[in-house]
Design a protein around this ligand. Structure first.
Ligand code: BES
Ligand code: MN
Ligand code: ZN
Length: 510
């Protein structure tokens, strides 16, 4: 999709998308935005006002009205923003996506969006509208045969022009917002496509190739460790998970460094990279659960998507992207339940459940990240079904002992619209992981399962500020909603990028 900025007024367009606020106050009635009201009066003989009344369109959130009209605008979409005082960036994204879905139904190719005075930071608003436009338009047909002539496929809207009042006075700020949105969306789409691809396509070597390609395209440093190199580093936990697979484990380490000047801070992003999780000998017995387990590299996908975006946006921050990629399979070489593994920090783990494999791979990845001497580590992982039970499919669980990091990530998520909710790292629950024979077991009781998983990870970070996001719910969507389409969501990329950019700002100004 082509995205560009323009100046009002809205005069002519194949399709116009107009944002409408709901009337505020008890007895206030809905009225069309001025630009549309005057066109309606002059050329449409009040048809739009009539349709709005008939359809009871009143500018409420998640409402829209799509009309076919005689020129100069032949397709008109009104979308509701609700109460102006309650407007958020995320509501603006959702309204934009809903409106563009309507434009798609009208088979519009070129759409002009007319940004109102949102009362929000207008530069942020432009970024949000652009993100929503790019993300709602993404459709993934890589694995379908080419469409037949009579078949329509793909999103109809090819070109979006965003009209911004006062564009000329702050052109550079708005162009930067558009660039941030473009790179964040591209990173999110990379993540979506990695997650959506099946386990016979996105294998550990394929993930490593993606990392190598990013390195080549953007001038990042890349290091891929194979089984022997991981063994030399003592990564017994990661290699234990990998041992039954016919595919080689790949420990991926990408590094972005600013080209000029010293980095203002050093950060590490770690992603769980199980390209398929069969459960191992504690095999997943539910056919629907096991068939979803190509998504078990959603953390890795988010980290690689963030790498793409950050490498393009070039902040003055050094960022390490780390993924211990493998499958969790069964064979004569599989881990036996009860096996004891030694992680690279020397801690021993009794594997009482081979399906709690993500934490084993992350253990060695976190130890590796901390050795780099970074100022903070954030990991993302489709770690537990328990987190989906607790928070549902749209919200990630945030676990961290660090108040400042918690606030920073909440703030980044407020900007991105990706929902996170902090859950407690209740230390007393670590008792649930006590082992008779090793330093710890890898699973505890069923209750509080996402907390014990996070406490397990905590054993592998000594002193670096660290946060863990359990993204098992939001990695996948069961239906189209707002700018998220059914399937892989690319969850996490935009929050990670916002967080890194905010760290850059904070460090530069202190
Ligand atoms: N990859 C799964 C978690 C998961 C569940 C991700 C649902 C996405 C959707 C993880 O490896 C797993 O199997 N966790 C177990 C842990 C249990 C054995 C303690 C779980 O959640 O059931
Ligand atoms: Mn598992
Ligand atoms: Zn898993």
């Amino acid at each position: 999709m082509q995205l560009r900025l323009g100046e009002p007024p809205l005069t002519q367009a194949e399709c116009a998308l107009v944002y409408c606020f709901a009337p505020s106050g008890e007895n206030a009635t809905f009225s069309l935005p001025a630009e549309i009201a005057s066109l309606d009066e002059k050329v449409w003989s009040g048809l739009v006002a009539e349709a709005a009344q008939e359809q009871k369109f009143q500018g409420k959130p998640n409402s829209s009205l799509a009309l076919r009209l005689p020129g100069p605008i032949r397709k008109l979409v009104l979308v509701g923003l609700g109460d102006p005082a309650a407007l958020t960036l995320e509501a603006l994204r959702r309204a934009t996506a809903n409106g563009l879905r309507q434009a798609h139904s009208l088979k519009a190719k070129q759409v002009v969006l007319s940004l109102p005075d949102t009362g929000l930071d207008q530069v942020r608003a432009v970024q949000a509208v652009a993100e929503a436009s790019l993300l709602v338009a993404h459709q993934d047909n890589r694995f379908k045969s080419p469409p037949k002539p009579e078949e329509e496929r793909g999103f109809s809207v090819e070109e979006v022009t965003l009209l911004v009042p006062g564009l000329a006075q702050a052109r550079q700020d708005y162009e930067n917002a558009l660039q941030r949105a473009t790179e964040m969306a591209a990173g999110t789409i990379l993540a979506r496509e990695l997650v959506a691809a099946p386990a016979n396509v996105v294998t550990p070597p394929a993930l490593a190739d993606t990392a190598r390609q990013l390195a080549q395209d953007y001038g990042l440093e890349v290091e891929i460790l194979g089984r022997e190199e991981c063994k030399a580093l003592g990564m017994g936990a990661f290699l234990g998970v990998a041992q039954a697979s016919d595919l080689p484990p790949q420990f991926i380490h990408l590094t972005y460094k600013p080209k000029e000047g010293d980095p203002v801070t050093k950060l590490a992003l770690v992603g769980k990279g199980l390209t398929f999780d069969s459960g191992g000998l504690n095999i997943k017995t539910d056919s629907r659960s096991i068939a979803m387990m190509k998504t078990d590299m959603g953390g890795a996908a988010a980290v690689l998507g963030a790498a793409r975006a950050l490498a393009a946006l070039k902040p003055r921050v050094e960022v390490h992207f780390i993924v211990a990629a493998t499958e969790n399979m069964i064979s004569g070489r599989a881990l036996h339940p009860g096996d004891i593994l030694t992680a690279s920090n020397g801690k021993t783990i009794e594997v009482n459940n081979t399906d709690a494999e993500g934490r084993l791979t992350l253990a060695d990845a976190l130890v590796f990240a901390e050795k780099l001497g970074v100022d903070a580590i954030v990991d993302l992982a489709t770690l537990t079904g328990a987190c989906v039970i607790a928070l549902g499919e749209e919200i990630a669980g945030l676990f961290t002992p660090d108040e400042k990091l918690a606030q920073e990530l909440q703030q980044a998520a407020n900007l991105s619209g990706e929902k996170i909710w902090r859950l407690p790292l209740e230390e007393s629950y670590f008792e649930g992981l006590s082992s008779t024979v090793a330093d710890m077991k890898n699973t505890g009781p069923r209750s509080g399962g996402s907390i014990t998983a996070a406490l397990f990870l905590k054993q592998f970070v000594e002193k670096t500020p660290w946060a863990h996001l359990d993204i098992a719910g939001p990695v996948w969507a069961e239906k189209d909603s707002g700018y998220t389409n059914k399937g892989a969501t690319g969850y996490g990329v935009r929050t990670l990028v916002e967080w890194v950019l905010a760290r850059e700002m904070a460090a530069a100004s202190s």
